[in-house]
Design a binder for this molecule. Structure first.
Ligand code: ZN
Length: 215
């Protein structure tokens, strides 16, 4: 269960000195660590996009809308598609009054508070902020939705394989060593390889987003 009061992302790094028009670029290694090598918005891991070259620094409040250029707290590590889609979008004063704004993962919990995930891997807004955030960042674009569905399938497979492994282990322990139990041991080592592979895939999958049933 999410702690709904604390932000999703904690900054732990001491920011570097940043000056001038592109001084903020010095922050890249610090941001990568603070954002756990993932996009601040869609949650995709660098490894799934071929490495850090598929990522860049985003100014949460755009420079063109008065956002600070070299303030570490205005810098977010994001995938290039999210950066291009977000561009210089920012809510108007009127929209803000009605609650329409980007959710800020460094200052609040967004997953499970402003939006939840459906069984089909679609993000469903719960608040005006969630509505603005999900639609402006196009967080239901096909690639992300497919990836979330794939992650759900892998989680189910992982759970099933782990249960099967436990049951088989119990059975093997009670039997004398014979051809049948030798086959079971082969099955067990096959299962543990499968579980290990699923585990490493899940480590870089888009993080779990609470569903309607979880909150
Ligand atoms: Zn992204």
């Amino acid at each position: 269960m999410n702690d709904r009061k604390s932000p999703r992302i904690y900054r732990r790094e001491t920011p570097p000195v940043m000056r001038g028009r592109i001084g903020y670029r010095n922050a890249e290694p610090y941001l990568r660590r603070d954002f756990d090598y993932r996009c601040a918005y869609c949650g995709v891991h660098e490894q799934l996009k071929g490495g850090p070259q598929a990522f860049c620094i985003d100014h949460f409040k755009p420079r063109s809308k008065g956002g600070a250029v070299n303030d570490y707290n205005n810098l977010y590590w994001v995938c290039i598609p999210c950066n291009m889609i977000k561009h210089d979008k920012w809510p108007t004063n009127e929209q803000r009054r009605r609650g329409y704004r980007f959710a800020d993962p460094c200052r609040e919990q967004d997953y499970g508070v402003h939006f939840v995930e459906s069984d089909e891997g679609i993000l469903r807004p719960l608040t005006p902020c969630g509505e603005y955030h999900v639609s402006m960042l196009r967080l239901n674009r096909a690639w992300l939705q497919q990836h979330r569905q794939e992650r759900i399938r892998r989680w189910m497979r992982f759970r099933e394989a782990s249960q099967l492994q436990d049951e088989l282990k119990r059975v093997v322990q009670t039997r004398p060593v014979n051809a049948e139990t030798q086959m079971m041991h082969r099955l067990l080592s096959f299962l543990s390889e499968e579980i290990e592979a699923l585990q490493s895939e899940l480590t870089v999958a888009i993080p779990w987003i609470p569903t309607e049933n979880d909150i």
